[in-house]
Design a protein around this ligand. Structure first.
Ligand code: NIG
Ligand code: FE
Length: 383
């Protein structure tokens, strides 16, 4: 079955065309099954089984949210309220969510994660990464990943999120690198670690990443979120696909990222929800680093599933241009997941597209908080 998406006013391709977004105007796209088959001027479009009229709107690749924690129970609205009244964010609330998650049934966790994936999809996210990290036992981490695997292929083992209450940190790291990794690796594509004061230090983070790599998992690191520290350096040294947060960076961290294949994934929802200083995207971009934007959707530090919201924050608060932010939320996320079949519109790529209720990608930042995603095409199917 083929589908002609006709009358596209502005197409973001991230592949050739004008500027950083590879913009094309007055074009059409033909979708063949789950893939893009053809892209070009409207008057040369081949025939297709069905036609969809984009009515001169902007069409983009679906958003690639490369960092989300969706398998959890309960929420932490009270903690958010206290923060907005002046309490600092320390990450200590993670243990509250761990207790609620352990007490929940598989079905409760499945339903709540699926609801968040659907919520993200309605806002244009067509590829999403999902981490474990609120179980912190062999059984609870592996069931979190089994559930995540039902929802996405981009699953990440984050057994090293925090040290569980009452446990010894080094003893826990041994469990993470041994029995827990054995149980989780079959359901995971990536391994991640929260390398931060109060979570895991450099040696512990290295042990987790090296053990994951030995099991064939790709590497990601929660790095430099709350303080300047060794996370980014370690991520680059070990060839991680992504260093996430990157809020507190030294000049050496910025140069290391710029000279590497490690993407700097910025998560402005976390700074918004913890009322903290935003990462300096301009500094990273000017140095030549690849930047991605993601939601970090989780019940503690960033309870948003909205990539358009993150784009608007990045433009207003992080000195990104709208084009840079849209690219970071699409092609940037794809780079952070080492994917070349999403975040881009070209023949052969996955047929994941969004149609805006607006004539240009600029409106994503220009009209913050407005539901601008009119249609989502995922795996070639209009939703
Ligand atoms: O990415 N930094 C560690 N993990 C999450 C926060 C999780 C939580 O507060 O529940 C993050 O911000
Ligand atoms: Fe996170």
């Amino acid at each position: 079955m083929s589908l002609l998406i006709d009358n596209i006013g502005e197409l973001v391709t991230n592949d050739g065309g004008d500027g950083p977004l590879g913009l094309l105007r007055d074009v059409a796209v033909v979708v063949e099954g789950e893939r893009i088959g053809w892209v070009g001027p409207r008057n040369r479009a081949p025939a297709a089984d069905r036609r969809f009229d984009a009515e001169s709107a902007a069409v983009l690749p679906g958003f690639v949210d490369s960092h989300a924690h969706l398998v959890f129970a309960g929420d932490r609205a009270e903690e958010f309220g206290a923060r907005m009244a002046g309490e600092p964010y320390t990450g200590g609330g993670i243990r509250t969510t761990v207790a609620a998650t352990r007490a929940a049934s598989d079905d409760e966790l499945r339903r709540s994660a699926a609801r968040l994936v659907a919520e993200a999809r309605r806002q244009g996210t067509t590829t999403i990464e999902i981490k474990s990290g609120y179980g912190l036992t062999v059984a609870d981490e592996s069931r979190s990943l089994r559930i995540a695997r039902e929802l996405t292929t981009e699953t990440t083992f984050l057994g090293a999120h925090v040290v569980p209450a009452g446990a010894d940190a080094d003893a826990y790291v041994n469990v993470v690198c041994g029995e827990m990794l054995d149980a989780c690796a079959p359901y995971a594509k990536w391994v991640d670690v929260f390398c931060e004061r109060g979570a895991f230090d450099e040696a512990q983070a290295r042990a987790v990443l090296v053990a994951g790599a030995k099991r064939g998992l790709g590497l990601r690191v929660h790095a430099n979120q709350l303080t300047e520290g060794p996370g980014v350096r370690l991520a680059v040294e070990l060839g991680a696909a992504s260093a996430d947060h990157c809020t507190h960076l030294s000049d050496a961290d910025v140069s290391a990222l710029a000279g590497s294949d490690t993407v700097a994934t910025l998560l402005p929802g976390a700074e918004f929800s913890t009322r903290s200083r935003y990462p300096d995207a301009r500094r990273l971009l000017d140095a030549g680093a690849t930047v991605a934007l993601a939601t970090d959707c989780n019940p503690g530090s960033s309870y948003t599933s909205s990539m358009p919201f993150c784009i608007a924050l990045a433009v207003r608060e992080m000195r990104m241009t709208p084009a840079e932010a849209v690219r970071a939320a699409t092609a940037g996320g794809a780079r952070a997941l080492r994917r070349d079949d999403v975040g881009v519109v070209r023949p052969g790529a996955r047929a994941d597209l969004i149609v805006l209720d607006a004539p240009s990608h600029l409106h994503l930042a220009y009209r913050p908080g407005v539901p601008l995603v009119r249609n989502v095409l995922h795996n070639g199917v209009l939703q």
